[in-house]
Design a protein around this ligand. Structure first.
Ligand SMILES: [Zn+2]
Length: 299
């Protein structure tokens, strides 16, 4: 995937580096406070810990730019910022055509732990979108996991390994585009419709709706890839296969195995790998948002 030299979005909120170190220190203090509360006041330690985290997180919310990022971390933020800018440049004209205006989401890069409008974000959760604050949350360690633990490295793609680009980069871009897809669903009112509908149906039917919502986010990621290809010719041989590999591996199983019972907004089942690939391809091949009606079509 070609990405260097394009615009970098100003909507990346980097809470790593200095901020991350502070968060680490505070979470240990939080644990101590929680233990004391449990021991002496009979407060559930988990509740106490979450309460201290909320307080410390709000104190940190105005954290300044991180001071001590490694070259690798800086590269990761440039990459994510470029992909985010690409989504802005693709979705803004599409929304205009729909007679709407596109408000881009913020993207929070964090390390270890971060407070979101949807609860405490932990790197173990994987990337997610929080509709309450309209922000995408990503721990760039997750990208490392994608390469090292999940084996999404673009290794089937020899041409990519021969370049200086990071292996597996398009799979990472696809993850960002999928989360931005949830933002698009929120702006278009689809997410709130799904939420309302879920309240009125059985859990099984509700899960079905969630699957359709996830598959639509995959289709929207495909729409992004299609339009971005027209703008920038950014795709290289093997990139699509790389994203499909990621779609297959990053599912519910992965997120749930790694989550520790905290709020996991994006943990609903994402559909089978076949379904995910199909809907990404629909978006990629048509570039037409009207084709992404996963709710009224067999999935
Ligand atoms: Zn999702």
């Amino acid at each position: 995937m070609r990405w260097k030299g394009r615009r970098i979005s100003s909507n990346v909120e980097d809470r790593r580096g200095g901020g991350g170190v502070r968060a680490g220190g505070i979470s240990i203090i939080g644990l101590v406070v929680a233990f004391v509360a449990w021991k002496f006041f009979g407060v559930d330690p988990q509740q106490a810990y979450q309460a201290t985290q909320q307080v410390t997180a709000s104190q940190q919310s105005n954290a300044t730019a991180p001071e001590s990022l490694t070259a690798e971390q800086k590269e990761a933020s440039d990459f994510v910022g470029t992909v985010l800018a690409d989504t802005e440049d693709v979705w803004t004209p599409i929304f205009k055509q729909l007679g709407k205006s596109y408000t881009p989401p913020k993207l929070v890069l964090f390390s270890g732990i971060a407070q979101s409008g949807c609860g405490t974000a932990q790197s173990a959760m994987g990337p997610f979108y929080c509709p309450a604050d309209q922000k995408v949350y990503i721990d760039t360690e997750f990208f490392k996991d994608m390469r090292q633990q999940m084996g999404i490295s673009g290794e089937q793609n020899q041409t990519e390994l021969s370049r200086e680009d990071q292996a597996g980069d398009f799979a990472q871009a696809y993850v960002v585009a999928h989360e931005v897809g949830h933002h698009v669903q929120t702006l278009l009112g689809i997410s709130s419709q799904v939420q309302q509908a879920r309240a009125q149906v059985s859990q099984r039917e509700g899960n079905q709706l969630s699957v359709r919502q996830e598959l639509q986010a995959d289709c929207l990621a495909g729409i992004w890839a299609s339009h971005n290809q027209q703008r920038t010719q950014f795709l290289e041989q093997g990139d699509i296969e790389e994203a499909m590999d990621a779609a297959q591996k990053i599912g519910d199983d992965y997120l749930q195995k790694r989550s520790t019972g905290q709020v996991v907004p994006d943990s609903f089942t994402h559909g089978s790998s076949e379904q995910r690939m199909h809907w990404f391809q629909v978006g990629l091949k048509t570039g037409d948002i009207n084709q992404c009606d996963t709710f009224n079509n067999p999935v």
